[in-house]
Design a protein around this ligand. Structure first.
Ligand code: FMN
Length: 230
């Protein structure tokens, strides 16, 4: 057991941030099992629990980092297994730029510094050099239902919060699975599962500036409508 299992819910949720810099320190399997046990209490459509977690460390993870980096540098088009949609526009693009500015500002990366920007992007493809990467997949036979990615999103958010309550940092990311064939091969993911998302995980490096970034949220008044209240 590690971290603080008694951390209050508000403290976990309000304190969690995406972590993109990690200590070079292994994460015990038992802690990850505990975190998954908590996360998997998430509700799912008809209790289908369509998810699988491929928890990768050590040499296989290094092979994934290497394969991702090589293919990205070779200009290989991305091959994720889920729809990406149109590029963000309007308010969504503004929010995307907003958090990028916060992160680049913290890291001292200037807008026109192509080399540092490239380094930052490659860091993502290396899973931020985290000691652990969790690949979230789902049962292919349920891929026709939008409930399935909904359920995977719920469990993945629960996972990063549970990890935080144990002192572990995470960043959910698409970068790690953009070259899905690399991940499928080195993690040994069976064909009857669809690769959904990667979660880099490890002990946060408190001296890594981007880890201090607190991203913004739109206010509840902008997101929610209350109908039938006084
Ligand atoms: C579906 C999804 C995909 C994401 N992909 C990436 C990614 O590829 N690279 C990255 O650095 N962060 C990624 N993130 C992290 C988001 O940028 C981050 O959650 C958001 O800016 C809010 O910041 P916070 O997690 O610190 O609250 C992703 C998050 C989600 C939920």
């Amino acid at each position: 057991m590690s971290g603080n299992p008694d951390m209050a819910y508000d403290e976990v949720v309000m304190g969690r941030r995406s972590i993109r810099g990690y200590l070079d320190k292994p994460v015990p399997q038992a802690v990850i099992e505990e975190v998954l046990t908590l996360a998997m209490r998430s509700p799912t459509s008809m209790n289908t629990q369509p998810w699988h977690f491929h928890v990768i460390t050590g040499e296989p993870l290094d092979r994934i980092r290497k394969g991702n980096t090589e293919r990205i540098l070779a200009g290989e088009p991305d091959s994720r297994e889920f729809r990406r949609g149109e590029p963000f526009a309007g308010v969504h693009r503004e929010r995307q730029i907003g958090v990028a500015k916060q992160l680049f500002g913290a890291m001292g990366i200037e807008r026109d510094d192509k080399e540092k920007r490239q380094d930052w992007v490659l860091r993502g493809f290396r899973q931020f050099d985290a000691p652990v990467c969790v690949i979230v997949t789902y049962d292919r036979e349920l891929s026709g239902s939008d409930d399935t990615p909904f359920d995977c999103g719920a469990v993945t958010t629960a996972l990063v919060n549970a990890a935080w309550s144990r002192g572990l940092g995470c960043v959910i990311n698409s970068q790690g699975i953009m070259q899905s064939p690399v991940v499928r091969e080195h993690a040994g993911i069976p064909d009857d599962q669809v690769i959904m998302k990667a979660v880099a995980m490890g002990w946060p490096d408190e001296s890594f500036p981007a880890n201090a970034v607190v991203s913004e949220r739109k206010p509840v008044a902008e997101a929610a409508r209350f109908v039938g209240f006084e």
